[in-house]
Design a protein around this ligand. Structure first.
Ligand SMILES: [Zn+2]
Length: 463
């Protein structure tokens, strides 16, 4: 191993430089990463035995301190004191999003062990527009950060480089031409190591402004949504533009198709390294360092892929993703149905025993097509803005029917008044930033499309 691969953590003891004595969070993360380094090579059955022991502790905790699971386990005939097997797990009914949303305080623990740290609230945007709320602990944050760091290590990123992100942020924040900048990559890597700078641009920026920013910042690493990256790469390839230092593209939030990988390779000659996470439980999978498949982060989450008959899918089969957050003792999520679909893969040639997912389906958020043919990432607005007009909307979906017409499908408790409708339309036009005609349609349910989950925005415009 050459010098370039040796990273010395930041030391917190004066005069002690190497080896370092890291601070509390860094020490925690490094101790978890040390274990990750070993567990990744365990064979799948041995990995499951580790998970089963952790699950046993989680089930016992849920059965004694979480009313929702007390009932659920009793109904399913689960003995929380018995050894957890795959059969035990299969008897627990999947937890649907609507159940989690409707459970209220019943699904939170009444007695969180003090050593799990402070509770923080997690609120997801929710793919049908209605957010999911749950609690998580400091322990969850430690595992989240450890997975972030593991990804950097797996993908061999030089942390002293510059990291650029083009991501979803509130309207008006991190706008072009300058975006915003920080002197660290973030609370995971930055807690342990000195890192290079990080720069951020709002994904709602127009493509031309994004490219101009990208060339000026000239980062080593770029992270964004696949649909945005495809558009960026195509724009660059047409004009022969390339950020000179770019080494790797990182993706989040949507399915990475061959098209995205090819676009980034053609435009910039760099590989795409993807990961799959959710706000509810953090990291689910990370792309293998050596192959274009994904390894489940089994130390953080138990991920199941099940068919319509409820049985586990085998290699080559596509099924629904169920996740069990192994360490969240505040709001236990046990067999939570995420709404995504995944294809199971066979053993990976890299030798890691972490289970393989070939691809994740149903994570697509289309781009808004403008009348002049340009496209951008649509800004859908903040929940609070819409709630200020009316709280009658239970769920929604936008469909761009043409370059001039946006239709908003809504499931409501009662129809909106003419004033509320007018205010909604005005807000939608303001958020999209273009004078689209807006049509409001009331439905009993938002129809599901294909195998994917509900999407907040879909464009039907062919480009
Ligand atoms: Zn692998």
């Amino acid at each position: 191993m050459g010098d370039e691969n040796v990273r010395i953590p930041r030391s917190t003891v004066p005069g002690i430089v190497s080896p370092a004595i890291p601070g509390r969070m860094a020490s925690l993360l490094l101790s978890v990463l040390y274990q990750f380094d070993q567990t990744q090579w365990l064979d799948p059955e041995e990995l499951f035995r580790h998970q089963a022991r952790q699950l046993g502790a989680l089930l016992k905790h849920a059965a004694t301190t979480v009313p929702f699971y007390q009932r659920r386990f009793a109904e399913a005939g689960i003995d929380p004191d018995a050894e957890v097997t795959r059969e035990t797990l299969a008897r627990i009914p999947p937890l649907r999003r609507a159940e989690l949303q409707g459970a209220g305080e019943d699904i939170n623990t009444t007695a969180l062990p003090k050593s799990h740290g402070k509770i923080h609230q997690v609120e997801t945007s929710g793919s049908t527009g209605r957010p999911v709320r749950l609690n998580a602990t400091e322990i969850n944050s430690v595992f989240w950060r450890a997975c972030v760091m593991r990804e950097h290590l797996w993908q061999g990123r030089d942390l002293t480089g510059k990291l650029a992100a083009i991501r979803w942020v509130r309207k008006g924040v991190a706008m072009p031409p300058d975006g915003v900048r920080g002197d660290s990559w973030g609370p995971a890597s930055g807690a342990i190591y000195p890192t290079g700078p990080a720069v951020l641009l709002n994904i709602a920026s127009e493509l031309e402004a994004q490219v101009e920013w990208l060339l000026r910042e000239d980062p080593d690493f770029l992270i964004s949504f696949p649909s945005n990256l495809t558009a960026l790469a195509n724009y660059c390839v047409e004009r022969g533009l390339r950020p000179s230092k770019l080494k790797q593209v990182m993706t989040v939030g949507e399915t990475v198709t061959e098209k995205v990988r090819k676009a980034c390779a053609d435009a910039w000659g760099v590989p795409v390294k993807d990961s799959y996470s959710c706000e509810e439980t953090g990291y689910l999978t990370i792309q293998c360092p050596d192959y274009d498949v994904y390894h489940v982060q089994s130390e953080n989450v138990l991920l199941e892929v099940i068919g319509d008959d409820g049985r586990a899918c085998g290699p080559g089969e596509v099924g629904r993703v169920l996740i069990t957050s192994l360490h969240n003792f505040a709001t236990p999520l046990i067999r939570y149905e995420l709404g995504d679909y995944a294809e199971v893969g066979g053993p990976c040639a890299c030798g890691r025993g972490l289970p393989v997912i070939k691809q994740v389906l149903g994570r697509k958020r289309n781009r808004l097509i403008l009348p002049d043919g340009r496209s951008e990432f649509p800004y859908l607005g903040e929940h609070e803005e819409f709630r200020a007009i009316t709280t009658k909307v239970k769920s929604f979906q936008y469909i761009q029917r043409s370059v001039t017409l946006i239709e908003k499908l809504m499931v409501v408790t009662e129809p909106l008044t003419p004033d509320e409708e007018a205010a909604q339309k005005a807000l939608i036009v303001k958020n999209f930033g273009h004078p689209f005609e807006v049509k409001l349609t009331y439905l009993d349910a938002i129809p599901k499309r294909g195998a994917g989950k509900f999407e907040e925005f879909i464009s039907e415009v062919d480009v």
